[in-house]
Ligand binder design. Structure first.
Ligand SMILES: Cc1cc2nc3c(=O)[nH]c(=O)nc-3n(C[C@H](O)[C@H](O)[C@H](O)COP(=O)(O)OP(=O)(O)OC[C@H]3O[C@@H](n4cnc5c(N)ncnc54)[C@H](O)[C@@H]3O)c2cc1C
Length: 335
């Protein structure tokens, strides 16, 4: 008999559920057990309505001004109250930064266990996650309950159905926090080059800063082409390690890149459906970060680069400066 599953989520700005939450809902449903839902937010009614037809027998909610913002004390108290009220053996939640901060503490408070960055979930339940920088994949089961499982983006196809009208059961929580949220600071949207929800990952390699056919580097042109493409396509910007390391060596660099953009063994493992690598050699320590990118293309002058050795679906042997100039012109024409 499958165990009872609680799908736990918090609302995003505007009171809706994000894509990661809907993916976690699909993962929770795939376990096949009796389903409950728990929602946290300033106002959870529209989120409850959006999942009215998901098959949950109860929707529990912690709502109020204090729960509108991400804050450890209030989020942990809300999640703890919902988990205790639901009495479910399994709790499936999205791996958002908001939940990553507080749910380990909740697992401790309810005497359970937590696993984070889960990339697949199967009946049992049995979860899959990676260890040691994506080099080892493990499949785990646990005896301890409740078991909180944070599901990474891309692990399931987001649940989708018609909205309905839901009545949620308010769960009382005593608000006690000394932390006051006085505002939010984040880079302006156009400066934000890392966009986890983008359909495309655009990777810039060190070739953009190398001497070109005329014997000179063309950093300004490289910056204009890369930023122009990001603006026109709304892609997310990734980088090779060599490119972001250049700043430490005092060489001319692309100022909008930092180690946060680095993809690979010692960088990130993004999950965009498609990827385009430019001026990047496609060496294994870089390409290992492309593990979850399903469609891969690369532009490289070198027909013998790493991408051409089975690591990309399509390799354009061409000058990336010329290719991206043309692509940007096409994108501008579309607008
Ligand atoms: C322990 C370890 C961990 C590492 N971790 C990472 C990691 O996390 N991420 C990572 O990226 N690397 C990592 N590396 C480094 C990795 O092995 C490579 O050195 C690095 O990825 C190379 O970067 P690159 O391809 O941008 O530069 P290069 O190797 O210099 O390649 C530049 C490419 O640009 C092409 N090019 C130049 N001009 C043009 C043009 N006009 N048009 C088209 N193509 C052009 C060239 O043909 C060349 O292929 C790691 C290495 C080690 C040892």
């Amino acid at each position: 008999m499958p165990e009872t599953v609680l799908f736990l989520a918090h609302t995003e700005a505007g009171g809706t559920l994000g894509r990661l939450a809907l993916e976690a809902l699909a993962a929770a449903k795939s376990l096949g057990g009796p389903l409950l839902a728990g929602l946290i937010g300033g106002d959870v009614q529209s989120a409850a309505d959006s999942i009215a037809n998901c098959g949950a027998s109860r929707i529990l909610g912690v709502a109020g001004e204090a729960f509108a913002e991400s804050r450890y004390a209030t989020d942990a108290a809300a999640a703890e109250a919902i988990v205790k009220a639901a009495q479910a053996a399994i709790v499936v939640a999205p791996q958002t930064s908001r939940f990553a901060r507080c749910l380990a503490g909740v697992a401790h408070r309810v005497g359970g266990r937590i696993d984070t960055h889960v990339t697949a979930i199967a009946e049992g339940p049995r979860i899959t996650r990676w260890y040691y920088r994506q080099r080892m994949e493990a499949v785990l089961e646990r005896a301890q309950r409740p078991w909180i499982i944070l599901v990474d983006g891309g692990a399931a196809t987001a649940w989708e159905d018609q909205e309905g009208t839901a009545t949620f059961e308010p769960v009382p929580v005593e608000v006690a926090s000394r932390t006051l949220v006085i505002g939010r600071q984040s880079p302006r949207a156009e400066q934000q080059t890392i966009r986890p929800d983008a359909k495309l990952l655009f990777v810039a390699g060190a070739g953009w800063t190398r001497k070109q056919a005329d014997g000179k580097p063309h950093i300004d042109a490289a910056a204009r082409l890369i930023l122009g493409f990001l603006k026109g396509s709304e892609a997310s910007l990734g980088s090779s390690k060599s490119l972001v390391d250049l700043s430490g060596e005092g060489q001319a660099v692309l100022p909008f890149l930092s180690h946060m953009n680095q993809v690979g063994q010692t960088g990130s493992t993004p999950r965009h459906p498609k990827g385009l690598a430019t001026c990047c050699h496609g060496e294994e320590p870089h390409v290992v970060g492309w593990r979850f990118i399903r469609e891969r293309r690369a532009v490289n002058l070198d027909a013998n680069c790493g991408w051409a050795r089975g690591k990309a679906d399509v390799v354009y042997v061409a000058d990336a400066f010329a290719v991206m100039e043309r692509v940007n012109a096409l994108l501008a024409g579309r607008a």
